[in-house]
Every structure is written in C-alpha cells, then in structure tokens.
Design a protein around this ligand. Structure first.
Ligand code: GLU
Length: 609
C-alpha cells in the first residue's frame, strides 16, 4: 500500500530548510564555478536519452558521451568509474574495491557485484594487534601500512560488469581516462584540500609525493595534474587484459609495495608510527574472485528497494530501517516527528547491523533481519514520543516473532568521508548504481611506484579486536574474509520498473544518508533535488549522533524535546548521487549542490523547461 503524500504547509517548511542548506557558505565558490578547463558542474538535470550523476564533471561528461554514442548504462558507468580513478584518485581507483548494483531492463531483474577487497590468506584474527603491546594498533598506524591493503576488486568488477551486461570492451572504457591522465586535468579546491589533509602521509612515499605534492606542496587550484604512470597502466591493461594486473607485472609491483612499503628515504617529517609491511602475495592477487550475491530487498510503501548484501551491511540496514519505518505513517506527522522516527529506526537497525552483519552472516539471519515480522518486533521499541536511551540493544533474530526481546548493545561504526558514488541510466531503462572506494581519502597513502594508483586501506574496516565482555564480533579479520562495509548502492523499483537509484560515500554514515534521502523523497514529499540537498543527520545507535549545522539549527531544538541527545555538528555528511525516473522515458539526474564541492549531474537530451 502506498500512503498518501503530505500536506502543503509541511512542504513549504521543508523547502525553506533545503534552501538554507543549499546556499553556499559565505566565501565559498558556487558549485558551478570549477577551475578553468573543467566542464561545468550542474547539480540537477532533467531530460531524456540517459542520465549520469557523479561527483566529478569530467567523469559525468565521459559517461554521457558513451551514452550519446550508443553505449549502455554499464559501458557508461565503467568509463565514468575509470575516469574517477584519475580525477578522484583519493576516493576510487584500481587499487580499491566496491559494490555495483545493476537493474537489467530486459529481464527486469536486479543483480549485484561484490568487488570488495579481501584479506590475504595470511591474515589472522589478531593481525591488527601489536605484538609489542598486546593491544590494537592505533588507526593511523594500521591505515598507513601494507597490513591494511585488501586484495583489490575494482578492475575485475569493471571487466565482469562489461562482460555480462556491457556492449563495449574494457579497452574502450579505459581510453578516455588514460587520455585525461596523460593530458592532465585542472585541480579544483576539493582535490587540493584532500591532498592538504593527507600531506604528512603522502610525504612518506616518493611516488605519492612526486605525483601529488609537487615542490613539496599540494597542487594549486587551477594547475594541471598529469598522471602519466596511470595513463600507461590503463593502456597496458587495455592492450593486455586484466591478467597484467591480477597475474602480471602490474600486480607484481602492487604486491612488492604492500610487502616492502616504498618509504621515502628523506621525508620532511617522519610518519608518527613505524610503517608496517603487509603479507599479501601474488597468489592472493591471482586468486581474487568477485561474488554475485542476491540483492537485499525490502518493500516500502509500495516500492521495491534493492540493495547490497554482505559483506556490505548497507542493504540489510537500510532495508530493516525502512521496514521499521513502514509501521508508522510518516506522511501524517510533522517534520520533527518524522525525523524522530527516522533517527530511532536508524539506531535500531544499527544495533542489529553492528551485532550480526558481516562477511559470513548466515542467509537465515539476513533474511530475518529483513523480515516484516522482525521489523514489527523492533518497531515496538520505537516510542513515537520519546527517544530511547542509546545505545539501544540489538534484537534477537532467533526465528521466532512476537515480543520485544533484546540482546546486548553493540558499538558505533566508523564515520569516514572518503569513497565515491555514481549513478547511470540509459535510454533502454538499464540502471547502474555503483559505490567504489579505497577506504580513507587517500587510501593507505602509497602510490604503487611507476603505476600511478593509490592502494586501499580497506582492511581497517575489520574490527581490530574483540571487545572484552561483549557479544562475539562478527567482523574480526580472517584469511580471505572481506571487511564489513556500509556502502549502500540502492535501486528502487515501482512495480518492477525503476523509480529511483541512489548511493553515497561517508563510511558508516552511508546507511543513514541513503535512508534519509529515501524518507525525504518518499515520505516527506520533497522532490529528488530537495531530498538530496536537505540537511542531514546520522544516528548510528550513539549517545553523540552527528548532524550538519543546518540540521542542528533547523531541528536540534525540536528533536531535543523528544529526548534526543545533542547533535555533534559535522560540516558534511555524504556526497550522494541519484537519478529518478519520471515516466515516459524521462530522468531527473541529481548530484550534491554544495557538499564536497558540488557534484555533476547530466542527461543526454536536456528537457526544455
Ligand atoms: N570503507 C567504507 C565502507 O566500506 C567506506 C569509506 C567511506 O565511505 O568513507 O563502508
């Protein structure tokens, strides 16, 4: 059943808050004004013939170009992702992994690719415990090391997506990106800032320093950044195939960098910790395999919401929260009341995610977490008038339903700000929703010498140790295991046809941002661009939920009345991309107007408006 949409007076109130949130902060350049030489950025595009939304205008432009030349959504998504490996190298690239969700218009089926990095065969449960102290390594020590590098799945994801559903070879998808890597692209303020934030780590490695710290400084905004090594790497892969990466010279160099981190002899200031080697082998790389899990599904107010299953917790957590929220008619509530429900449902789903969801969670438990009867059990913990004390305990997916049984409380997740997301739809109605990452912004800070790409630090998404006295942690490291992710590429169908596709970076906040955009769009009556721009909050079962400043000023007081703890102000949550299908082959492509410098949405044939 789809519930009727909301009242006009509430629309006006929400839109007013959106307008505040979307105006650029004082002194900041508007999203459309990139450095000279960069294609223009538009956060919203209406039209026909196909649509692309990414964080980067060059990647969006290449995706649209592929669509214009008759390529399909998969061809365009891989070409855009390859471009992001060049122009957004601190968030994405062939040194990392990700999750791709695909809607196939011909069969009307949703497929997924799990290209998550996997732990090498040598990984042990205590690999992140310092033998000298018996305690976990500090995060930054684990991050900037060979130890944190998971076996990358991104290149194989591109190859396999094209083989299954694309119409062009990988070489065609890599060519424009190689060209831009060689010719260079203009550095924008976000790129420069990402280097500045990572300067100390980048300075530890000659290859990283040479590429991203010219003259010892972050590159100036408007300067041209060239990456000839990456152009060569892409071209070698295009010529020789992905074997040159997984079982050839590029892979050999990658493994050498992991095992003997290429530390500069003379860093301006040495890293704060010893830089530990990893133990990945060429056999680990040659043995990497994609997985193709069935998507998660939850039905929400008449829509079918498809997401990514384990090792991502995204699909399960978004789906469980939606199932809980469906027990309440949000459209009848005031905005603060609806947001109270959103925050409480997030906390309940997060408690379960932390306690139960990781690589290897049984299908039975996953199915129960997404069962409406389980949601009913959990929803009885959501008091419409009062925020529950945090952390709330997880439920008990024991196969029985009925009461409000609970277990022991779980921990909060890691709120990252790296990673990138892209959304593509073609004229035939195929849709790609793809989140890719190298984990932290800048990954583990090591560019593979001579190859031009950064390595991931994805294995820091494992829990480093079992918390003493707590319930068994499902996310401890093990050989070949994939660390739990929060990535939530999501495709929403309406009667089996695409309605909305969306995703975002943001570490553990990914889940709440995707959920909040869905609630904004489906329950609060916002248009997609309004739903994207609206200020965000993230309650991950914590006594210190996060919220953007505009959210705190708009709703902090009203939510305090429900007993929500004070929000920790966070400049930005996420950097989403989305596409809505308007019927009669129309699209609304939507990117961030302001966050992370603004994104780039485009359509093949703009509508006359
Ligand atoms: N590594 C994180 C995850 O898989 C994503 C990092 C981020 O978005 O900041 O959930």
């Amino acid at each position: 059943m789809r519930l009727t949409k909301r009242t006009t007076s509430r629309t006006a109130a929400v839109v007013a808050v959106v307008l505040v949130a979307t105006s650029a902060p004082a002194g900041a350049a508007p999203a459309a004004a990139g450095p000279p030489g960069e294609p223009p950025k538009t956060p919203t595009a209406h039209g026909y013939g196909g649509a692309v939304s990414t964080v980067d205008p060059t990647a969006t432009a290449v995706g649209l170009d592929v669509l214009r030349r008759g390529g399909n959504a998969v061809d365009a998504a891989v070409a855009a992702a390859a471009m992001l490996g060049v122009t957004e190298p601190f968030s994405a690239g062939i040194g990392g992994g990700g999750f791709l969700v695909y809607y196939d218009a011909g069969s009307r089926r949703v497929h997924t690719i799990d290209g998550r990095e996997s732990a090498p065969a040598s990984m042990r449960e205590d690999s992140f415990v310092d033998p000298a102290t018996g305690t976990a390594y500090p995060f930054q020590q684990a991050r900037v090391s060979g130890l944190s590098v998971g076996v990358p799945g991104t290149l194989l994801t591109w190859h396999e997506a094209l083989r299954r559903w694309g119409s062009r070879p990988l070489s065609a998808a890599l060519a424009p990106a190689a060209e831009v890597a060689e010719r260079g692209f203009p550095v924008d303020a976000t790129f420069r800032q990402q280097v500045a934030d990572n300067a100390a780590a980048f300075a530890q490695f000659d290859a990283t320093r040479k590429l991203y710290l010219p003259g010892g400084q972050p590159p100036a905004v408007g300067s041209t950044l060239r990456n000839r090594d990456l152009a060569d790497t892409y071209r070698q892969i295009a010529r020789r195939g992905i074997g040159t990466f997984y079982a050839g010279p590029i892979g050999a160099d990658l493994v050498t960098a992991v095992r003997r981190p290429p530390v500069a002899a003379d860093p301006a200031a040495p890293w704060q910790f010893p830089i530990l080697p990893g133990a990945m082998t060429r056999a680990d790389l040659a043995g990497y395999q994609l997985r193709f899990p069935a998507p998660t599904r939850s039905d929400y107010r008449g829509y079918q919401v498809y997401g990514m299953s384990t090792p991502s917790s995204g699909g399960v957590a978004v789906g469980e929260a939606l199932n809980i929220l469906e027990r309440f008619d949000l459209s009848e509530l005031t905005v603060p009341e609806a947001l109270h429900h959103y925050l409480e449902a997030s906390a309940l789903a997060y408690a379960d995610r932390n306690r139960y969801v990781a690589d290897g969670t049984s299908r039975r438990v996953l199915a129960e977490l997404l069962d409406d009867r389980y949601a009913a059990e959990r929803a009885c913990r959501l008091d419409p008038d009062r925020a529950a004390p945090k952390p709330v305990p997880p439920g008990d997916p024991d196969g029985r339903y009925g009461d409000c049984a609970t277990g022991a409380a779980g921990a909060d997740g890691n709120p990252g700000q790296s990673t990138t997301n892209l959304t593509v739809a073609d004229r035939w109605g195929n849709v790609v929703e793809y989140t890719l990452t190298i984990e932290q912004t800048g990954g583990n800070a090591m560019v593979v010498p001579g190859r031009g790409f950064l390595l991931n630090n994805e294995l820091t998404d494992f829990s480093f140790v079992q918390t003493p006295g707590a319930a068994p942690d499902p996310n401890l490291p093990a050989p070949g295991k994939r660390p739990r992710s929060s990535m939530s590429p999501t495709i929403v169908l309406d009667d089996g046809r695409p309605f909305l596709a969306l995703g975002t970076p943001g570490g553990a906040t990914i889940i709440t941002t995707v959920l909040q955009i869905l609630v904004n769009r489906i329950d609060l009556g916002m248009t997609l661009p309004e739903a994207m721009a609206a200020p965000r909050a993230s309650q991950r079962n914590s006594t210190a939920p996060q919220a953007e400043p505009a959210f705190v000023s708009a709703y902090g007081g009203a939510l305090g009345v429900f007993g929500h703890p004070a929000f920790t102000a966070t400049a930005e949550l996420g950097a989403a991309t989305a596409i809505e299908f308007t019927g009669r082959h129309g699209f609304v492509a939507s990117a961030e107007p302001v966050r992370r410098g603004g994104g780039a949405a485009g359509v093949v044939r703009p509508a006359r408006r």
